[in-house]
Design a protein around this ligand. Structure first.
Ligand code: ATP
Length: 212
């Protein structure tokens, strides 16, 4: 479903990605693991169309995704490693704003974001860190993307909130989403992922099914 081939990214003289390859199969819950600075966020930003690579390709269902940004935008839901929640918007206004970014308005938008907020167990207004994270997840799903990409979503969450977040991801996988989740803690992902890719110094050093 999502295939990355020979991705290179250079910041100044620093090679953040040096020929990264990755294969995420349809319906996988793929754990993208690597130490700080390995290149996870850089790779994720390229595959979501937010950063340009010097070389390499991103294929979604066999098609060159970087050549068609609109198609890429419709296929992918992205939860960044920062929340991007605006303090002066209510939860409803926030969801409605992102719905309109995908041309969803009125009753259709309201129905969809109400269902998504229920799916992430979001009923109240006070925003703890865990709630902000779930709100960002609901926002990333507003256009019903095939692929969901989450950059270090559980960092800073307490153990209980982390478990609840994992359960939501497992439900989404069960509902047919293909999910890529990054972390620098392998044990955190190995409990729930079907596949794991380990990145170091901008290269994939090991990739495969979790059983292997
Ligand atoms: P972390 O787990 O700490 O978020 P990461 O695996 O996501 O790390 P990246 O954020 O992709 O790693 O960074 C890869 C390397 O590229 C790091 O050495 C980082 O310092 C460098 N880097 C990232 N963004 C820039 C930038 N805009 N300019 C220069 N160097 C950068």
């Amino acid at each position: 479903m999502l295939k990355i081939e020979n991705l290179h990214k250079i910041y100044g003289k620093y090679h953040a990605l040096s020929g990264l390859d990755m294969t995420v199969k349809e319906g996988a819950l793929y754990g993208f693991v690597g130490p700080n600075g390995a290149g996870k966020t850089t790779a994720i930003k390229i595959m979501t169309g937010l950063l340009q690579a010097e070389e390499g390709s991103v294929l979604i269902n066999g098609k060159d995704a970087l050549a068609d940004p609109d198609q890429l935008k419709s296929c992918i839901g992205y939860v960044p490693d920062f929340f991007g929640v605006y303090d002066n918007l209510t939860v409803g206004e926030y969801m409605s704003f992102f719905a309109s970014c995908y041309q969803l308005d009125g009753l259709v938008a309201r129905k969809r974001y109400t269902a998504l907020l229920e799916q992430v167990d979001f009923y109240v207004d006070g925003l703890s860190r865990g709630m902000k994270q779930r709100l960002c997840l609901a926002r990333a799903l507003i256009h019903d993307p095939q692929i969901l990409i989450l950059d270090e979503p559980t960092s800073g969450l307490d153990p209980r909130t982390r478990v609840e977040f994992k359960e939501i991801l497992e439900d989404l996988k069960f509902a047919g989403k293909t999910i890529l989740i990054s972390s620098h803690v392998l044990s955190e992902l190995s409990e729930m992922c079907t596949d794991i890719g380990i990145i170091d110094q901008g290269r994939m050093i090991l990739e495969g099914n979790i059983q292997d």
